[in-house]
Design a protein around this ligand. Structure first.
Ligand SMILES: *Cc1c(COP(=O)(O)O)cnc(C)c1O
Length: 387
């Protein structure tokens, strides 16, 4: 028998590619003509699915992709993504030929690294690089004009390297107080001016700076969190010039519904006790799916109503207190909209005392992702899925 199902469990995440496209289009309206958009798809596109988001971003006007690690770039190549890809983080010097072979752009910022990489670099290939400037993030990058000039010199004297870009990263672009951002911008401008020759691409802005600081657009911006429809921080939400559309939602289904008598208990540790006769439903999602134990007490949506998770969250399942009998098979929305009600990623982040970035990232690979485009379920090549 031919097997067409995508997955065999009643828990899944949905990614709305139209929302991703709308967010990109919104940002595009803020960019001057000719400013390129680099779509940041590291960490499996913040948990959304690297290749699907990459395809959508490229179709919507992004010209470049960025990831954190070489492995992520190679994974995209293996999925057939041919667009330019920049590795934002450090790569190992001994892997430089692999990057060149796959036409992956590397970030460089250290003389010692370059000396080492030159030993490993094949002679028949060229590798594109962007030089990283540390203008105040204190993470990676050259810090002084001297360091910058010697890295530039070392690259220019070796024909196997092509300096395509120079960039920096802001530490506080998502804060209302712009003073530290201003210092970083000034520092970056001074450093870039000290270069012998300006590279083709100069970029500094993450989503927050792209949304708030047109003077930091240069000729490319790196769009991450806003592409997924999430605000870079709660405090700048009122400043965002167009509505962001959250693309990620998370769903499950009731697999068991039963009546608990007053005094009966739920889950490990028997920490929850029915205070009266209650309806308790079980859903097949747990901490191994990234629905972590700290989410005990969080509300989820059942038939549009907010109902709480009761008792400890297990590895693969958790329990809900239902206000009345709800049939097995009913959809439960843990993140997203249902019948006019919504639980947003920001709600989950607030409960976990973290930032929205972390939430879709921690929903594990055990949760299948499905994709919607124009209201229909699609696969990577945008064919409509039938089953
Ligand atoms: C992750 C990352 C980005 C994207 O930041 P967002 O806030 O998600 O837009 C941009 N640049 C660098 C260097 C990054 O590491």
């Amino acid at each position: 028998m031919e097997d067409q199902a995508l997955f065999y469990r009643d828990t899944w995440a949905e990614v709305d590619l139209d929302s991703v496209a709308a967010n990109i289009n919104g940002l595009k309206t803020l960019l001057a003509k000719g400013t390129q958009m680099i779509a940041v798809v590291k960490a499996n596109a913040y948990g959304h699915g690297d290749a699907q988001i990459a395809e959508t971003a490229l179709e919507s006007g992004a010209s470049y992709l960025a990831v954190a690690f070489l492995d992520e770039a190679i994974a995209l190549r293996k999925k057939g993504i041919a667009a330019p890809i920049l590795v934002l983080g450090a790569s190992r010097a001994q892997d430089i030929s692999i990057a060149a072979k796959h036409e992956i752009t590397l970030t460089v910022f250290q003389e010692e690294w370059l000396l080492e990489a030159k030993k490993y670099m094949t002679n028949d290939l060229q590798v594109k690089v962007h030089i990283k400037i540390d203008s105040g993030m204190g993470r990676i990058g050259v810090k002084t004009p001297d360091e910058l000039q010697s890295v530039e010199q070392m690259l220019r004297e070796d024909g196997r390297f092509l300096i395509e870009g120079v960039f920096t990263h802001f530490a506080t672009a998502d804060e209302l107080d712009n003073s530290y951002y201003q210092r970083q911008l000034t520092q970056f401008n001074e450093m870039v001016h000290s270069m012998k020759e300006k590279p083709e691409l100069i970029h500094a802005s993450n989503s927050a700076a792209a949304l708030r600081h047109p003077e930091a657009h240069f000729n490319a911006v790196r769009m991450g969190i806003a592409m997924y429809g999430l605000t870079p921080s709660i405090e700048i939400e009122p400043e965002i010039p167009f509505p962001l559309k959250e693309a990620f939602s998370l769903h499950s289904k009731l697999i068991h519904v039963k009546r608990l008598r007053k005094g009966e208990k739920v889950s490990y540790g028997a920490t929850y006790e029915a205070t009266e006769d209650e309806w308790i439903g079980t859903i097949p999602i747990g901490y191994a799916d990234g629905w972590i134990r700290r989410l005990q007490g969080q509300e989820v949506l059942v038939e549009g109503m907010k109902v709480p998770i009761v008792g400890r969250i297990c590895m693969d399942q958790c329990m809900l207190k239902l206000p009345f009998h709800v049939p097995v098979g009913t959809v439960v929305t843990l993140i997203g909209k249902q019948k006019g009600n919504q639980i947003s990623i920001n709600d989950i982040a607030a409960r976990l005392q973290t930032i929205n970035y972390e939430v879709p990232c921690i929903i594990s690979n055990r949760v299948p992702r499905i994709y919607r485009k124009s209201g229909r379920m699609v696969d990577m090549k945008n064919s409509i899925l039938s089953y």
